[in-house]
Design a protein around this ligand. Structure first.
Ligand SMILES: [Zn+2]
Ligand SMILES: [Zn+2]
Length: 480
């Protein structure tokens, strides 16, 4: 009997544990706050989904290696701020396949067998203006290997002013390989070599500085500024297409991609190559197919080597007019600086997108004295329905008969999000899974238990009968 109970308990426990475990596997960790976004660095192999837009102002974004899945869920992250590149290095190869232990920074400094999708990064300002060493910067990944980047949008400036032997910048990837699909980048890329005395290897590309990315269905707008006293490899999409390591061969592709923009550069070097082309600046290994691309690109080479090339560097009389561009339902707001002399623009002070909510709402669920109600606002711009928690009611002092109740304050954003979550209820049914599985199994276990008891009772009765018969026979013998 005891063993039967133990087995029953074991069955039920297993059911509950597996149900909860599968719930965890199925549902990615939801991110709602800057702190939760920062916590990815503590568990970089996890699966994450962004539940709302995030403003990372005031935080120092860590440069770490990510090996999991990050789904931006269509949301944006603004005001990321970097002060450090990755401590971890990866090997990069130059055109002679010489190797360098290199550091990186980006949304993910190193993306290793990872996936990044559906995230928007407006107004990126990924800038290191006095870096000593070998380094690559990329908007989504400083370095990527065997990874996927899809449906991402990035705009802003990526800038590396550096003293090193091996360095570069890319709109989406600094160095490496990944599938880059349906991404949009409107980027200003600046790479300045601070060490005029020594030759170096320098790379710049709208998608990728150097490596062998597969590119499909992307839209790239590049403004490149490159000042180098070494070897320049720059391209509208890829600075140098190189498959590595040496013996490795692989068929890649660059297709259905639109490129517009320019690269202004100088290569200060008496053994000049000055690679700068629309698709790939230098192609080391022609292992990729190229089809369905559209390029509108200007190669703008300069020969004055003592003035570093910078955005707005050519303007004779910088004179900025400042206007504020309001956030819309979908896009971030920002401050726009427009040069009255040349028309050059810069953007900063990004604020999160916001729906325009009216004062009035429709009550979906009334508040009571103990529970919050639900109100639904209709965005006056886009018609989106936004639900917010309504505060619990406050009893009016009972001096007069028939007490009335009134709502107290406007709903806060925090409570709103809770309501939205409950409504969308992503994965909430999983919590009922144990019950759903547990009930039928419990019933089966109970039936088994009853059957087991019945059989045991039967056996007991039979044993008693046999014993009684034996006793009777013994008595008969005695009587005889
Ligand atoms: Zn100007
Ligand atoms: Zn709206």
């Amino acid at each position: 009997m005891k063993s039967f109970r133990a087995i029953l308990l074991l069955i039920l426990m297993t059911v509950f544990l597996t149900a909860f475990a599968s719930a965890d596997d199925a549902a990615p960790t939801q991110i709602r706050t800057p702190e939760e976004l920062l916590a990815i660095a503590d568990n970089p192999e996890g699966s994450y989904v962004l539940m709302n837009d995030l403003d990372m102002s005031g935080y120092d974004w860590p440069s770490f290696t990510f090996k999991g899945t990050f789904d931006g869920n269509g949301h944006m992250i603004i005001n990321l701020h970097w002060t450090k590149v990755s401590e971890e290095t990866q090997v990069t190869y130059d055109g002679n396949r010489k190797t360098y232990d290199t550091h990186f920074a980006g949304l993910f400094a190193i993306l290793d067998h990872g996936t990044v999708k559906n995230v928007r990064l407006p107004g990126v300002n990924l800038c290191f203006e006095n870096y000593e060493g070998d380094c690559f910067l990329g908007g989504i990944a400083g370095y990527a290997t065997e990874s996927t980047i899809e449906n991402c949008e990035i705009s802003g400036t990526i800038r590396l002013d550096v003293t090193g032997k091996m360095f570069g910048v890319g709109g989406i990837i600094g160095y490496g390989n990944a599938v880059v699909r349906n991404c949009k980048a409107v980027v200003t890329l600046v790479n300045t070599d601070l060490d005029a005395a020594n030759k170096d290897e320098e790379f710049l590309g709208g998608v990728c500085g150097a490596g062998y990315p597969d590119i499909d269905g992307c839209e790239i707008e590049i403004s490149g500024f490159l000042s180098d006293h070494g070897y320049v490899h720059s391209g509208g999409l890829v600075g140098m297409y190189i498959v590595y390591p040496k013996a490795f061969k692989r068929d890649g592709y660059i297709k259905n991609t639109t490129l517009s923009g320019f690269i202004t550069f100088f290569e200060h070097n008496n053994n000049r190559r000055a690679y700068c082309k629309e698709r790939c600046g230098e192609v080391m290994d022609w292992y990729f197919s190229s089809s369905g691309n559209k390029f509108t690109f200007k190669r703008d080479e300069r020969t004055k080597y003592d003035v570093n090339l910078l955005p707005h560097g050519d303007c004779k009389n910088p004179d900025f007019e400042v206007t504020t561009v309001e956030a819309t339902c979908r896009d971030a707001g920002y401050t726009l600086h427009t040069c009255k002399t040349c028309g050059y623009t810069e953007k900063d002070n990004y604020v999160l997108s916001a729906h325009k909510l009216p004062d009035t709402y429709e009550t979906i669920t009334e508040s009571t004295l103990t529970t919050q109600g639900v109100g639904e606002y209709t965005c006056t711009e886009c018609g989106a329905k936004i639900r917010k928690a309504l505060p619990t009611l406050t009893p009016v002092p009972t001096e007069k008969p028939a007490p009335t109740v009134t709502p107290t304050e406007a709903p806060s954003k925090a409570t709103t999000d809770v309501i939205n979550e409950t409504k969308s209820g992503s994965g909430i049914w999983l919590y009922f899974l144990p019950v759903l599985i547990g009930l039928p199994l419990g019933a089966i276990a109970a039936l088994l238990y009853r059957r087991h008891r019945r059989i045991k009772l039967k056996r007991l009765r039979k044993a008693r009968r046999i014993q009684a018969a034996k006793a009777a026979r013994a008595r008969e013998k005695q009587d005889d």
